[in-house]
Design a protein around this ligand. Structure first.
Ligand SMILES: C[S@@+](CC[C@H](N)C(=O)[O-])C[C@H]1O[C@@H](n2cnc3c(N)ncnc32)[C@H](O)[C@@H]1O
Ligand code: SF4
Length: 455
């Protein structure tokens, strides 16, 4: 079991801004010089790799003030019809490049995929089956907003082939819910989760956020107690990223009502204690799972992976993103679609592709990507395997990184031997900070203010 050890002084000392490393290089390095031709070339690079498909459904019924996702809040369900027409065109066009691949994972993210009706979701699944070689064992997951979601809809989702669900909950406290404009009922969440389990959905996940207005150690502890009774397979406990200059809705949140950094740390410390006592395994940044969940098993077996959707069990898989703002990870490249709905659809109509930026990875990028991914997923790096590729001693090649890591060695966050770099139980909560030492781009950026705090 991967354990986390809380060291208050070290956490406070290292709690600086740092990327989340859902990719390396991070999305900040994408540029408009990456073209559609580059994308096609990347798609032909590893023609037999399995494929994972991400579909971004941006619509939501109501605005949650904390939200930092790419979403469009609307009362008009017909907006989705127009969007789906364009999305279907994009799927058909992209599928041409991946006809030979086995599709082993499909994920509907958002926004709120359950903004779509059962018929609309069924139509999308039918199109995916027609255009791709969907594997019988594929993971087909969807993000669900439990509000305005009748429990009967779960049967329909199961019938169209969805087999994994994730549900946003955030917090049960009525005052906190009022402040973030997101009211929902604990008994309804319980009914949904129990029904999901009885219908055979696996790896069921619940999202919570700590750091919201009016939250206290006691109030969040109580929310978590209520959730733990339900025993979801996974829990994502996000640190509230408050960036009102970037997300207008967050300006409705009064900054003086937010817990201060010390209170936030206390909430997190208590949360980790509660989760460990309840038998959850720390997967890595924000994520916890029951030991028999496939993410926890993959981590113990050294098979865990990380991509734009977070942690995953999908190994050596290319990721194709469709829909507004979606990101792809194809071959040795990353690329992203237009972020605004209007520009995404007009670009798709005019040019047949909504891709606007990306990056082709150099050999150096790939080396560092593998190191960062391994550290994020396993907390352990076997140096000898990499030395064979480098054809020189690892720490000769990474002399500057070794120098940057030294204070962390002294502080007991990492241990370094001739054969391995190991992140200790104390270092696991600061894994981003450790990875930062291997990140050439972010180190070069004069200001680190572009990233959210580690905790
Ligand atoms: C796409 S939403 C989940 C599905 C659905 N829209 C819902 O809210 O139930 C993704 C998750 O991101 C998290 N999130 C959104 N904005 C955030 C922020 N500013 N800081 C931290 N987490 C955030 C929330 O936990 C949310 O459930
Ligand atoms: S948290 Fe979910 S439901 Fe709320 S605005 Fe964001 S994407 Fe929409």
């Amino acid at each position: 079991m991967q354990d986390v050890e809380w060291d208050q002084a070290l956490i406070e000392h290292y709690n600086t801004a740092s990327p989340r490393y859902t990719s390396y290089p991070t999305a900040l390095e994408f540029t408009s010089s990456f073209s559609e031709t580059d994308f096609s070339a990347a798609a032909s690079r590893y023609p037999t790799r399995p494929l994972s498909l991400y579909l971004h459904i941006p619509f939501c019924h109501q605005l949650c003030y904390f939200c930092g996702c790419n979403k469009v809040v609307t009362r008009h369900p017909e907006k989705a019809d127009q969007y789906l027409l364009h999305l279907q065109a994009e799927i058909r066009q992209r599928a041409l490049l991946f006809k030979q691949r086995r599709l082993t994972q499909v994920h509907f993210g958002g926004g709120t995929p359950t903004f779509l009706s059962d018929e609309q979701l069924a139509g999308l699944m039918a199109l995916i089956r027609a255009e791709f070689r969907l594997s019988d064992e594929a993971e087909v997951s969807l993000e669900l907003d439990p509000r305005q979601f009748p429990v009967e809809r779960l049967t329909a989702l199961r019938a169209i082939g969805i087999n994994r669900l994730s549900m946003g909950v955030q917090d049960f406290n009525p005052m906190v819910q009022q402040r973030v404009n997101r009211k929902q009922d604990a008994s309804q969440i319980a009914e949904l989760l129990l029904t999901m389990k009885s219908l055979g959905f696996t790896s069921t996940n619940i999202d919570l956020i700590y750091g919201l207005p009016l939250q206290t150690v006691e109030s969040f502890g109580h929310t978590l107690e209520q959730i733990l009774i339900l025993r979801p397979d996974r829990l994502s406990i996000f640190n509230y990223a408050h960036m009102p200059e970037l997300f207008a809705a967050q300006r409705k949140i009064k900054s003086y009502e937010l817990p201060n950094p010390t209170q936030k740390l206390k909430i997190l410390q208590q949360t980790i204690g509660q989760l460990q006592a309840a038998g959850y395994q720390f997967i890595g940044m924000d994520h916890f799972a029951l030991p028999d969940d496939e993410l926890a098993q993959a981590q113990r077996a050294g098979r865990l992976q990380r991509n734009f959707q977070g942690y995953t069990t999908q190994c050596n898989t290319d990721l194709l993103g469709v829909g507004v703002s979606a990101i792809s990870m194809i071959g040795d490249s990353y690329s992203q679609n237009e972020k605004s709905l209007k520009d995404w659809s007009s670009r798709l109509l005019e040019r047949g592709s909504a891709l606007v930026r990306g990056i082709g990875l150099s050999t150096e990028d790939m080396l560092r990507r593998d190191i960062i991914k391994t550290l994020m997923c396993q907390f352990l790096l076997e140096i000898s395997a990499i030395e064979k590729t480098l054809q020189q001693p690892f720490w000769d090649y990474f002399a500057e990184e070794r120098r940057l890591l030294e204070p962390m060695v002294q502080d007991g966050l990492v241990t370094i031997t001739a054969k391995r770099l190991q992140i200790t139980a104390k270092g696991r909560l600061l894994v981003r900070h450790i990875c930062f030492c291997f990140d050439q781009y972010s180190r070069q950026r004069a200001s680190q203010r572009a990233f959210s705090r580690v905790i």
